[in-house]
Design a binder for this molecule. Structure first.
Ligand code: NG1
Length: 481
């Protein structure tokens, strides 16, 4: 695979004006202390906030995220000495790690979620699978990491880590891969951790552009379009501080399974011979050649039960228990016995309609009322995530209630079950007022929070650029990879 220069990750010289300069300096010092040499290059991969389009990417439908200021930074060195990978995290809570790059495995513990370095290994494995064996050669990599994306908060800290590993490995191995390819590899290889994500996080990590959100399509193929948000729009991210670890619970994969089952049942009822392979609503809709509204009516008519038992699903699909376990479930959803197919399908279809309206509102020439329309869509999105998709959390709902009382449209962002909300304010001044209000009505009531240290817990955010490689000094800098 080779990269098209127009679509490659930018390689820039590190300058003092870089937004992460002081963090990079601190990381450089740490790297030098740990490895007794200078890093050869740096990698920056941002986290993201999804403005609207939640839990639809793995159904093949578009999402609308933007990259945020918080990021994973890596300082990387490599030599042809041996095959070892040495990983260090500037945060002392994360253990050092070393492995042989020719023989590592990614085993997922049954409880507690994967160790931090396994996300890195996913990225290495992803690149190894996509470059020729002889190109893999023999490289020792020394990597130091600094991350400030809050963990388990729905801002994509895990995907930023996987994507940073993909990018660092491809650069060290001189594999010339364009941004879309890196995004696709990162999305597939993150599944080694056990979650069945849809690709949004990795796509925005590589394809984000400063100043705009991205409308990201997945079906029939990955495609992005920049969306200009209203000039006065100011997005605020507020962390409920209820932490989630997607890879340590089965909640996320259960939703993916329910969506795939709903899709298969509708496809079977509509007499598609290939219904067993119909896993994504976007594909089903395209085969049906219908509008989202028609698909919604169809889903309501076909998926009539509030709760489907395992037996109900087996009867609908006319398959055996064995086939069901092997073809329809994932290792951590094998024990599922109840399925809310109607509710999950309706959320996905209605949320996708909201994404379309959100986009057309942003692109419309209307001169007033844009923020109100967008805010309402965000409120509806949250209602649907809470009631139909059941992926909110009481603490997060409290943040939403306070926002609604103040007339601010807000919704959970990311996978949910805790984590952050994203809220839309109509000016920087009103975002400041809103932040003060949440501090008073939410954060001041939490004893676990240091009230003087909330800048990474609640903050206004503006769309940033996607991943980049940074070179210190002028040693042989290619302009792109
Ligand atoms: P986060 O918030 O990073 O856990 C997850 C999925 C996304 C998407 C959202 C819900 C992964 C890596 N990410 O995001 O693909 O499905 O949930 O919209 O699984």
């Amino acid at each position: 695979m080779s990269g098209n220069t127009a679509t490659c990750v930018p390689v820039k010289e590190l300058s003092e004006s870089h937004g992460c300069y002081s963090r990079l300096q601190e990381l450089r010092k740490f790297y030098v202390k740990e490895f007794d040499e200078e890093p050869r290059f740096y990698v920056r991969v941002p986290g993201r906030v999804n403005i609207i389009g939640e839990h639809v990417d793995y159904c093949g439908y578009p999402v609308l995220p933007m990259a945020i200021e918080q990021s994973i930074l890596l300082a990387v060195g490599y030599t042809r000495a041996n095959n070892f990978l040495y990983l260090r995290n500037i945060d002392v809570n994360f253990d050092n790690y070393k492995c042989d790059l020719k023989s590592f495995r990614i085993d997922i513990p049954e409880k507690g979620g994967p160790e931090w370095y396994k996300y890195f290994l996913c990225g290495v494995k992803g690149i190894f699978e996509n470059i020729n064996e002889q190109d893999q050669g023999c490289i020792a990599m020394t990597v130091a990491l600094s991350g400030n994306i809050p963990h388990g908060s729905g801002l994509s800290s895990s995907s930023a880590l996987v994507s940073s590993a993909t990018l660092a490995t491809s650069f060290a191995y001189k594999a010339s891969l364009d941004r879309k390819t890196l995004a696709s590899i990162s999305a597939s290889c993150e599944r080694y951790i056990g979650t069945q994500g849809g690709g949004m996080d990795q796509a925005i990590a590589f394809l984000a552009e400063a100043g705009c959100a991205q409308f990201i399509e997945f079906y029939p193929e990955l495609k992005t379009s920049s969306i200009q948000l209203p000039e006065n729009a100011c997005f605020v991210v507020a962390n409920s501080l209820a932490e989630i670890n997607k890879a340590a619970s089965s909640d996320f994969n259960e939703r993916v399974v329910e969506c795939r089952l709903s899709c298969r049942i509708i496809a079977k009822r509509m007499d598609f011979k290939n219904w067993k392979n119909m896993l994504r609503f976007a594909e089903l809709q395209s085969s049906l050649n219908c509008h989202l509204n028609e698909l919604e009516t169809m889903a309501s008519k076909i998926l009539t039960k509030d709760i489907y038992s395992r037996e109900d699903v087996l009867n609908e699909l006319e398959i055996s228990e064995d086939e069901f376990e092997n073809d329809c479930l994932t290792p951590n959803t094998r024990k599922m016995s109840l399925f809310k197919l109607r509710q999950r399908a309706l959320h996905v279809i209605q949320e996708s309609l909201r994404v379309q309206i959100f986009r057309s509102t942003c692109e419309s020439t209307m001169t007033w009322g844009k923020i109100d329309t967008l805010s309402k869509l965000m409120q509806q999105s949250h209602g649907s995530l809470k009631n139909l998709y059941e992926c909110s959390h009481p603490d997060l709902d409290r943040l939403i209630d306070i926002s609604e009382e103040a007339g601010v449209g807000a919704r959970l962002t990311g996978a949910g079950w805790g984590g952050c909300i994203v809220a839309l304010c109509d000016s920087v001044q009103s975002s400041n007022k809103y932040i003060e209000l949440l501090k008073l009505k939410y954060y001041s009531k939490l004893s676990k929070v240091q009230q003087s240290n909330l800048e990474n817990v609640i903050f206004a955010t503006f769309p940033q650029n996607g991943a980049e490689i940074l070179m210190a000094g002028s040693n042989d800098i290619p302009s792109k990879i």
